[in-house]
Design a binder for this molecule. Structure first.
Ligand SMILES: [Zn+2]
Length: 287
């Protein structure tokens, strides 16, 4: 069930009945290429609300190889927005990646699904190697900065999503052409990252207030992320949005803005910069 999905592996296609093709309707999208989609290897960081939705979308869309990273375990307050989590998962404190993997395999057992139940920072650069695109499904800025910097350095497109209550956003980062997540940060953002950690370096997340979160905003943001991922794996970067999507669920309005490269951002040197030297560590925890 949890076989290692390597880049270039083409997952078999399981027909539901002789003569039927589960991707028949997908193939009617002009730029959908099933062979490219089955060969693609997507790294999903975060197995919380956004991670559940993104994995569900990518599996149903035919992506053949998915690696999912999250250090966290299921709790009862996750159950209002995570399609693959059950009350039993919360009672047994099941690792989130295991619950998502089981649910995803139920949708399509031919997908090569690999999980890592630990902080992405502890996995090193190797976790990014061979991935066609990285998807951020994270709840904190420090991990976003880490994943964004590594993906940019390795020249892998990064699709970063985030929600806060009924507000959401998606940033599409295509190195070296576009701005990145760190281009949008200011000094107060960096203070937030620093305040997350005590003077000893210990994670102080447990004192942070709990934020509003519900499934419909998550679904919108995850859908936009998944759509952009599908464009990348189908070789259609020309269709990618440029490059920051905002959503306000209170009024049900959205907008797309183009964010220019910030000349102060450390990720846009001619030579790829060394990643994470002196940067605060992060949790790798999903939304
Ligand atoms: Zn940048």
């Amino acid at each position: 069930m949890l076989g290692r999905g390597m880049k270039g592996t083409e997952a078999p296609i399981v027909a539901t009945r002789k003569g039927e093709d589960r991707f028949d309707r997908s193939k009617r999208i002009p730029w959908f290429d099933l062979e490219l989609t089955r060969r693609a290897h997507v790294l999903v960081v975060g197995a919380g609300a956004l991670g559940n939705e993104v994995v569900k979308n990518l599996v149903l869309s035919g992506v053949g190889n998915i690696t999912l990273v999250d250090m966290d375990r299921v709790v009862a307050s996750n159950l209002n927005r995570c399609v693959f989590f059950t009350p039993e998962d919360a009672e047994t404190s099941r690792p989130k990646v295991d619950a998502v993997a089981e649910g995803a395999t139920r949708l399509d057992g031919s997908v090569q699904f690999h999980t890592e139940n630990q902080r992405i920072e502890d996995l090193g650069e190797g976790i990014f190697t061979g991935k066609d695109v990285v998807v951020g499904c994270l709840d904190n800025l420090a991990t976003r900065v880490h994943v964004n910097a590594n993906a940019y350095w390795m020249r892998i497109p990064y699709v970063d999503g985030g929600t806060m209550g009924l507000m959401g956003k998606v940033h599409v980062v295509v190195p070296p052409e576009t701005s990145c997540v760190e281009c949008t940060l200011n000094s107060s953002h960096y203070r937030i990252i620093e305040q997350r950690y005590s003077c000893t370096g210990a994670d102080t997340t447990f004192v942070e207030p709990k934020l509003a979160s519900e499934v419909t905003t998550t679904a919108v943001v995850a859908a936009v992320e998944s759509r952009e991922v599908m464009k990348v794996v189908n070789g259609r970067r020309d269709l990618l949005m440029s490059n920051l999507f905002y959503y306000d669920g209170n009024r049900n309005v959205s907008d797309v803005l183009e964010v220019a490269i910030n000349p102060e951002c450390p990720n846009h040197t001619e030579e790829p910069a060394a990643v994470d030297e002196g940067a605060p560590e992060a949790t790798g925890r999903g939304v």
